[in-house]
Ligand binder design. Structure first.
Ligand code: ATP
Ligand code: MG
Ligand code: MG
Ligand code: MG
Length: 576
């Protein structure tokens, strides 16, 4: 039992101006966190309790599937990363640790970096520890701080520079065994998120810079999410945007960002015209094409419903064609020549011809646009890339509008924004080969271990729970992750009878397995009730005032408006 006066829960009436989304506002207003700087937060006592609870649920589910907890350093020798398979891709997000001896690493980088994740540490560790098939499989995990130099930290804990992650790494002798480890983790994740009271969708994801053979992301559907998921309730298909559009991306262009594009627009799907044609993209009114020849650089963009897009603005998008197309090439396809302003609008008249010209080209395909400029210039976020552009299946390219049928099930594909709270990869042998993490089999043959890696954003999960579970008055904590489950509100903290009854109720609730907070502050009832709703503990018991004189106390669930009056004599039985 904890008395409010003996802990510190600094609730706020107003939300600080820089908090944009509901969960970020509530984190601050309910006194769970305080900001130190962009993407850097102090966990206040109640926030820390939630973190510890979520961590514990995660630990239990990992342990249940046989994963083994350890703790690795946060500071890594830079050479671990330089020797790893993704230094060039990962270095941008890493904080380097400067100190007197800096610059001595082989890479001429500072000697140390702050760990953004731990493959580069665990793989050499396992290499030196495990040599025989007899010691496999192993899955090691930790729950700890990660550091990433995010370009745009935002939304509180959602995208922070320093955050808490559970990361696990599995090592198996065979590919089959690695798949089994992967599926155990998938099961653990589903169990974990369910216990957190969080509705998630597991979507197929691209393996991207991690390499590896397959991957799922655990997504919380929410309008404020940074990711798009494409799914179909009927067929069960679900994928993130990158995965849904991959297979169309020539490998060497997968990482290429459009020249001059702003961040919001840096990752539209890239497709080849050949892929479009091969997939039978209809050449009718659906697709408007626009060829931009400005700046001496030709760009070709296929748009839908963007008749009024102004070519000058398009230049800002940086749509770059990988090989220049000449007006003569374009004319037969478009039925029009690029105009003096360098733009052609029209429909694709001859997709085969287009495919012929651009067979080896990559173009950037964007969806239905509400493109436009305002006084500040051209804002790319007005282009709605994936809302209307979905690819039904990996390798099976079609463009569809959200809400149009999915040919497979005949049911509409849905596209939604989502928050990535977890991510699992079957890595294969990319890291084990690079670091020489090999084992010998029973024939004394040596093989690289087959790895998997598995992350959960613990601190992001905390905020995602709030984002998914709140109302106009405050947070509505799911039972398992609430900082305390029961709030006993003492309306008369000066009154010995009220205080005694509060204590009695609190002890009864504790005996029944709940964590209890007693609001013993000398505040007006109105303040206490507002704060009770704001901090959102699942069950509220109110003692004092008229009720106490009448021999009752009140019981109210945060999810309901009903207030039950309970005779004091029935207190213990009711709470148990
Ligand atoms: P994102 O796509 O949001 O940048 P990520 O794919 O880079 O995340 P992973 O490397 O897959 O993240 O890390 C595992 C988990 O760590 C993510 O699923 C997410 O929940 C969490 N995470 C990643 N970056 C951050 C961050 N900056 N702040 C808080 N949590 C994060
Ligand atoms: Mg990231
Ligand atoms: Mg991601
Ligand atoms: Mg990820």
């Amino acid at each position: 039992m904890k008395y409010w006066s003996q802990t510190y829960i600094p609730t706020l009436k107003e939300s600080p101006a820089d908090a944009e989304i509901a969960s970020h506002k509530l984190l601050l207003r309910a006194g769970l966190v305080r900001k130190l700087g962009g993407g850097l937060y102090t966990f206040m006592p109640a926030g820390l309790r939630v973190m510890q609870k979520i961590s514990q649920l995660c630990r239990e589910e990992m342990d249940r599937e046989g994963a083994i907890e350890l703790a690795m350093p946060f500071i890594h020798p830079v050479d671990n990363w330089v020797d790893g398979p993704r230094w060039s891709a990962a270095r941008e997000i890493m904080y380097r640790v400067d100190h007197a001896g800096a610059g001595k690493g082989r890479s001429k980088e500072p000697e140390f970096v702050l760990g953004p994740t731990h493959e580069e540490v665990i793989t050499p560790l396992v290499k030196s520890e495990i040599t025989s098939y007899r010691d496999l499989p192993k899955n090691f995990y930790q729950i700890g701080t990660k550091f990433r130099n995010e370009i745009r930290p935002r939304y509180g804990l959602m995208r922070a520079r320093e955050f808490v992650m559970k990361d696990a790494y599995s090592f198996d002798a065979t590919d089959e065994a690695a798949s089994a480890s992967y599926h155990k983790m998938k099961r653990a994740y589903l169990a974990f998120f369910t216990r957190c009271g969080l509705k998630t969708i597991a979507v197929e994801a691209d393996t991207g810079v991690m390499g590896g053979s397959f991957s799922h992301e655990f997504m919380v559907p929410a309008p404020v999410g940074d990711d798009d998921i494409v799914y179909c309730d009927e067929s069960g298909y679900s994928a993130n945007r990158e995965k849904a559009t991959s297979g169309l991306v020539p490998a060497d262009l997968a990482d290429a960002a459009p020249v001059g594009a702003t961040e919001e627009f840096a990752t539209p799907g890239i497709v080849t015209i050949a892929a479009l044609a091969a997939a039978g993209v209809p050449a009718d009114q659906q697709f408007k094409t626009l060829v931009y020849m400005g700046d001496g650089k030709p760009f070709l963009v296929i748009l839908r419903g963007c008749d009024d897009l102004e070519e000058a603005k398009l230049g800002a998008l940086g749509f770059q064609l990988w090989r220049p197309a000449t007006p003569e090439e374009i004319e037969p396809v478009m039925g029009a020549k690029p105009g003096s302003l360098g733009a052609v609008k029209g429909t694709i008249k001859n997709p085969e011809a287009l495919a012929g010209i651009f067979a080896d080209q990559a173009i950037r395909l964007i969806g239905n646009g509400t493109t436009g400029a305002n006084k500040d210039g051209f804002h790319l976020r007005h282009v709605n890339v994936t809302r209307d552009l979905a690819i039904t299946k990996f390798g099976d390219f079609r463009t569809v509008r959200a809400g149009e049928p999915d040919p497979k099930s005949g049911q509409p594909l849905k596209i939604a924004r989502a928050i990535e709270v977890g991510h699992i990869f079957k890595l294969g042998t990319k890291y084990s080969e690079k670091f020489g993490a090999v084992y010998t089999d029973d024939q004394k043959q040596s093989h690289p271990m087959v790895m998997g890696c598995y992350g959960i954003g613990i601190s992001r999960t905390l905020q995602a729970v709030i984002e998914q579970s709140n109302d106009a008055d405050g947070i509505v904590w799911p039972w398992q992750v609430a900082p305390w489950q029961v709030l006993v509100v003492n309306l008369d903290p000066q009154d010995a009878a009220a205080s005694d009854l509060c204590k009695k109720l609190a002890l009864a609730a504790e005996a029944a397995g709940a964590d209890v907070l007693v609001d013993d502050r000398a505040e007006r009832p109105g303040v206490k009730f507002k704060d009770a709703d704001l901090i959102g503990l699942p069950l509220r018991l109110t003692v004092g005032g008229k009720g106490l004189k009448e021999g009752i106390f009140e019981m109210k669930w945060r999810t309901s408006k009903d207030v039950r009056k309970i005779p004091i004599a029935d207190a213990e039985t009711t709470i148990a």
